[in-house]
Design a protein around this ligand. Sequence first.
Ligand SMILES: [Zn+2]
Length: 314
Amino acid sequence: MEDYPKTILEFEARFATDQACREYLASLRWPEGFHCPACDHAKAWWTGRGVLHCARCGHQTSVTAGTVFQDTHKPLRLWFRAMWYVTSQKYGVSALGLQRVLGLGSYHTAWVWLHKLRRAMVRPGRDRLAGTVEVDEVYVGGAEPGKHGRGAAGKAIVVVAAEEDGAGIGRIRLLRVANAGGPSVCDAVQQCVVPGSLVHTDGLTSYNGLAALGYPHEVVHKGSIAVGENPLPRVHRVASLLKHWMLGTHQGAIQPQYLDYYLDEYTFRFNRRTSRSRGKLFYRLAQQAVAIDPVTVTCLPETGPPDMLESPAV
Ligand SMILES: [Zn+2]
């Protein structure tokens, strides 16, 4: 059963202590009930230090070890408030905004926390898209390409895949690719879409290999639709919303080397945009935060946050 607070008052009442937070994480990490990893015994108690002590062999297990929260020196209560804030804001939050709302002493801490939580926004082993899927590649970030042939310097190429849901959009996936060549984009489609799904693309020849990979493939030609109509309206709508989000919430200050994390966050938000309860997003994030490996500093900057320009959307 999905168990989560529905409102801020429920949240505050429920997660008033670090022990309450630990017990919640334990229920998400071991939904079938805790079993000692050393002897498989099912009975354990919480010690004063907040670890689970096996009643049979005495082995001690930390609920945060091996998760996003591993080695944190801050109270879990603060992490829970970060997760609540991040998920209750429809468009997310910048590092500076998080630092302010939590009263964190350091911008760097807020920046690192957001990156750790972004990693948790990708569900391990998540499903690929299915049905009929629009796919196209778009340029993201960097300087706007000039009108006079300056090209797309500094921009990343992102493959956007969007399920067709009637006239609307179902789920999406976003994946950065090295280039728009056939091997890159076809590999991206394989990562994002279940074989057998019907894939709609524009005329780019890079997608010609899809049929051989088990994807029925239709090219939507400009000539086959009304003048001025977009052949792939869903992916272009997603790309446009993504760019607005990057410029709005994050003030366009996203560094190329961290783009993948922002794409994950955007996908998490977009795919849950119709969720009526923000508490459910909190639940998913907390659930995934204890399901993924700890995020070590090697994938985070050693010299401090690169996006000091990042500021809250006004
Ligand atoms: Zn044991």
